[in-house]
Design a protein around this ligand. Structure first.
Ligand SMILES: [Fe+2]
Length: 282
């Protein structure tokens, strides 16, 4: 039987001194929505400037980092210039960065541009005691998501070929998060996804973007998490589109050698200038 219970929304024990040796320190960045034009705005926010503020805020914490996961909608207008910008900015973290596409991305363009030594689009990554599986849930030309047969096959084989603790990442939410408008744009076939997850008891977490808000529950002891965008936030628990009055942010994850996860969502102090609260959509 499937069980759900709320996960801890904010763990407080992410201090470096409290993390056992061998812990992987991972940063999730999601939904940066950059444009070719560096003054491009989404719902009134300059997305490049907002991302810069998020990066600065992260740096101010002095949290050492092993790995960065970028979970889609990296570029809003699918432009080569936008991918050049995101490659440069993600590369500035100076750790391995793994990216997957969202519905606003152009997956092929993205893969062409993110082929550096540090910023990449690998599907399966082993790091320390952990494996990361990066899935592509994009349906070309549509806002909603789907896991095609090849992605489900990749998930199953990448889980079967390791005994490492495993983290699965994708762009679209594989469960309804309780906002009717965005839940129409979830993964359309969660059943085979969870059938595979349920067959492999070394899956520890599932992480996504797309919903521009925090989500954190335990499903059969697998932690399911979504995270704020680095620009605009969507209000939780509403049936129609509504901008949220929360600042941009990111998620930090401490992945322990014993397979446990500690995580915290961090936001910058202020909402960037220009946000159009009353917008009926985006
Ligand atoms: Fe997005």
């Amino acid at each position: 039987m499937t069980s759900f219970k709320p996960g801890p929304l904010s763990d407080t024990n992410l201090r470096e001194a409290d993390l056992p040796s061998g812990t992987l320190r991972v940063l999730q960045i999601t939904d940066t929505h950059l444009y070719a034009d560096p003054v491009g705005t989404l719902l009134g926010i300059n997305t490049l400037e907002s991302f810069r503020q998020v990066i600065q805020h992260f740096r101010d914490f002095h949290w050492p980092l092993d790995l960065l996961l970028a979970t889609g909608d990296l570029v809003h207008d699918a432009s080569p210039q936008g991918y050049g910008l995101i490659a440069e900015m993600l590369g500035s973290f100076d750790v391995p960065v793994f990216c997957l596409p969202g519905n606003h991305d152009a997956p092929q363009e993205m893969r062409r541009h993110l082929r550096g030594n540090l910023v990449r689009t690998d599907s399966v990554i082993d790091h320390g005691d952990w494996r990361f599986i990066m899935l592509d849930s994009v349906i070309p030309g549509q806002e909603g998501g789907h896991l095609a047969r090849d992605q489900l096959g990749l998930l199953d084989s990448a889980l079967a070929s390791t005994e490492r603790h495993t983290f699965v990442c994708l762009h679209h939410q594989p469960v309804a998060i309780g906002s009717a408008w965005i839940d129409t744009m979830a993964v359309s076939n969660p059943e085979p996804f969870f059938e595979i997850i349920d067959r492999h008891d070394h899956v520890r977490g599932v992480l996504w973007g797309h919903v521009h808000q925090t989500y954190d529950v335990l499903r059969n002891n697998v932690r399911l998490m979504a995270s704020p965008s680095t620009c605009v936030q969507f209000a939780p628990g509403v049936d129609t589109f509504q901008v949220d009055e929360e600042p941009p942010g990111f998620r930090m994850l401490a992945l322990l050698p014993n397979g446990s996860i500690r995580s915290e969502v961090i936001r910058i102090n202020d909402i960037p200038h220009g946000l159009e609260y009353a917008s009926p959509g985006y």
